[in-house]
Design a binder for this molecule. Sequence first.
Ligand SMILES: Nc1ncnc2c1ncn2[C@@H]1O[C@H](COP(=O)(O)OP(=O)(O)OP(=O)(O)O)[C@@H](O)[C@H]1O
Ligand SMILES: [Mg+2]
Length: 361
Amino acid sequence: MPDKPLIDDDAVRRIIEHLGTAVLVFDRTLTLLFINPAGEMMLAISARQATGKLCGELLPDAVEFEKTLRRSLVNDHPLTEYQMELTLPGHGPITVDCSVTPFSGPRLSPMLLVEMAQVDRHMRISRDENQLAKQQATRAIVRGIAHEIKNPLGGLRGAAQLLERALPNEALKEYTDVIIREADRLQNLMNRMLGPNTLPQKRLINIHQVLEHVRTLVQAELTKPIEIVRDYDPSIPEVYADLDQIIQAVLNIVRNATQAIEGKGTITLRTRTQRQLTIGHGRHRLAARIDIIDNGTGIPPDMIENIFYPMVTGRADGTGLGLAIAQSLVNQHGGLIECSSTAGETTFTLLLPLETTHDQK
Ligand SMILES: Nc1ncnc2c1ncn2[C@@H]1O[C@H](COP(=O)(O)OP(=O)(O)OP(=O)(O)O)[C@@H](O)[C@H]1O
Ligand SMILES: [Mg+2]
């Protein structure tokens, strides 16, 4: 240990001031002693106005928050609350992940250190098991219906072809043509609703190969000036997956992004590794993460919760199957797709587990 600390108290204070995480310190009466600039921004209050006030005065509607502080203080134990709703006076609710740590020292009376990070308010698609189960159940119903429609469709088309050959008048062919064309259209739709009918052929694949393939495909289809930016982490390990299925999932998302951009825009393809991921009951130490970010119109808040369900579409010519299929393909790999969106920035995140530490199922 050096005799003199390498950084002095002033430097420490400046570091705290530059932190992106909101930091608040309360005393044991829950009076605010300190708030850093990130905290001021998040709670929309100035340090000058806020310090010296009681938690209940600052955030009168934040009952849950105050309870967490008290619990931590009484038990003298750190607590973390995820996705806690905080109502800011005059600004409405925000959702935060919040850690509370009681601390004291030889010359310090007990205090509470609160660290908060705002979780995207539009992050609605949760990793919650119920949500995943509901999506799966809906897909099963849709597949069942598609199967039932598909069977008689073949017969219908065959009969129209026979009829066409037996027609006495060429002009009547127009009608059989309509039957055949519409039967074909319906057949294609049913095939999409049924989803992939083969088991995944898994092998070790490079996710950048997936992204490059999709980029080339989409770029060839583009009719608008859309720039596709690549932000790849080359150190990501290979993923054990079905190449074609992951390409299909990513393609469906990237196509949606191109459709959401009006005129000029940018789509960013970003890859990262992510540590500690929980999906339903499964816990994974490491996952590959692909973010597909576009600066298009965004997804309306009243629609975002439902976009992974089949037949949900916001486009006049959409079938609403793209995301349901993508989610189903990624689920088959033990992974998950999430989405967050504000006007001008929509992010779809595809998470594919690389390692499973422990599965409670
Ligand atoms: N990046 C995005 N930006 C804005 N809205 C989006 C985005 N991605 C999806 N959406 C919305 O979600 C809806 C559902 O998407 P999904 O891909 O499942 O179906 P679709 O695109 O309508 O039809 P298709 O079956 O042809 O893909 C879209 O209609 C659109 O309203
Ligand atoms: Mg789509």
